[in-house]
Ligand binder design. Structure first.
Ligand code: ADP
Ligand code: MG
Length: 373
């Protein structure tokens, strides 16, 4: 622990959305200073930081300015400008490095990395032309997913092909750039595991979160996931294996499918805090944000304990006003407001965390509010 970053030092964060905000809250709580780089003045994270550099993420001069003010640098999203990071990086300044970003930036690289590690994924094929798409569909059949290799999130830049009649629509995805076709995994559950690792290689693994999506956007996370202990252990072991193979520093979110065949399939990697890990703020001894900050500062990594079962539900633009009206009357709702100025439909505006001894009842109670219809 000789090379740990001291309390009172400054963490520079590229990106100022809600993930940056919760990183900043955690960092400041433990005595660190925070500077945010984001083009939007008073972005969600800047409201909880010591300062902001208002500039584009790919503004090299601005990133150098951030470097001059920070003792350690991190990012809250994966589409950071790799060229600039490579120019400015050194191990102390950017302990996360750029290797992980290079893998996760491109779905094909990511899937190949997982496959080479011996982990199970959906069957996949690289697609650059209509002919390749046709051949791969002949092999995988329907349904299959066509996804752009770069720049997708919340189900964007991808589509499910259910039958040959979807082929023409799929070509619009193909026009966006290199793609990957994935055979549909028949799953009984989607889940995720957050894993953190510090510079010295100490690892913290979070419990498995069961994730329920609506319109391909995360709706609820339930922890512990309602699967056997054996599967939970397997998912956590996979997370540890990935963290070690990557020489991970920082936090990583790993999305998985639990197949109908009871196998664990790795879906994708998020090299940052993840929406499905927000439950950890109230439900664990350390949150995913605490763990990320500890990891990049090379502080000792704790064993993660789930203090109580939990349900996290996302608050999108269309839910916000109703949730705000309910929260003062509901002592179970731990409400987090991201302080975004514009509440658009399907935009993540906040989340609610509910600690519970009765997951089924809590899920029912959430339904009964009719807010998330
Ligand atoms: P995103 O980056 O948009 O989250 P994902 O690859 O996680 O992209 O896909 C979004 C969702 O689509 C997944 O959470 C899952 O519900 C569904 N999905 C994607 N790929 C597959 C697949 N191969 N088999 C089954 N479902 C899939
Ligand atoms: Mg996903």
């Amino acid at each position: 622990m000789n090379n740990s970053i001291k309390i009172g030092s400054t963490i520079g964060i590229i990106g100022g959305g809600q993930l940056g905000q919760m990183l900043a809250q955690s960092a400041r709580q433990s005595g660190m200073k925070v500077i945010i780089l984001d083009p939007q003045k008073d972005c969600p994270a800047a409201l909880f930081a010591d300062g902001q550099i208002v500039a584009d993420y790919s503004d090299e001069a601005a990133i150098r300015k951030l470097v001059s003010k920070a003792d350690v640098l991190t990012y809250e999203f994966e589409n950071v400008d790799l060229n600039i990071l490579e120019k400015i990086q050194n191990k102390t300044l950017l302990p996360q490095g750029t290797h992980l970003l290079k893998i996760t930036k491109d779905r094909l690289n990511e899937k190949n990395f997982l496959k080479n590690l011996g982990l199970r994924t959906a069957e996949f094929s690289s697609i650059n032309t209509e002919k390749e798409l046709k051949n791969a569909l002949d092999e995988f059949g329907y349904p299959s997913y066509l996804k752009t290799c770069e720049g997708g999130y919340d189900g964007k830049n991808q589509m499910q092909l259910k039958s040959t009649s979807d082929f023409d629509k799929a070509t619009t995805i193909l026009q966006k750039g290199p793609c990957i076709l994935e055979k549909k995994v028949i799953f009984k559950m989607e889940c995720s595991v957050m894993v953190g690792r510090n510079v010295d290689g100490e690892v913290s693994v979070f419990p498995v979160s069961e994730n329920i999506h609506r319109n391909q956007i995360l709706h609820e996370s339930i922890v512990p996931a309602r699967i056997s202990e054996k599967l939970q252990n397997e998912a956590q072991l996979i997370a540890r294996k990935i963290a070690e193979a990557l020489n991970l520093c920082g936090i990583l979110g790993i999305e998985m499918f639990i197949g109908e065949d009871d196998n664990v399939y790795v879906n994708e990697l998020a090299p940052r805090p993840h929406n499905s890990g927000h439950y950890s703020i109230e439900a664990c001894n350390y949150s995913q944000f605490d763990i990320h900050n500890r990891a990049i500062c090379n502080w000792k990594m704790p064993e993660i304990k789930l203090l109580k079962p939990v349900v996290m539900v996302n608050v999108l633009g269309q839910h916000l006003e109703k949730v705000k009206a309910l929260v003062p009357h509901n002592e179970e709702y731990h409400f987090h407001d991201y302080w975004k100025t514009e509440a658009r439909v399907d935009r993540k505006m906040g989340h609610v965390t509910i600690l519970t001894n009765d997951i089924e009842k809590t899920l029912n109670d959430i339904e009964k509010t009719n807010i998330w219809d």
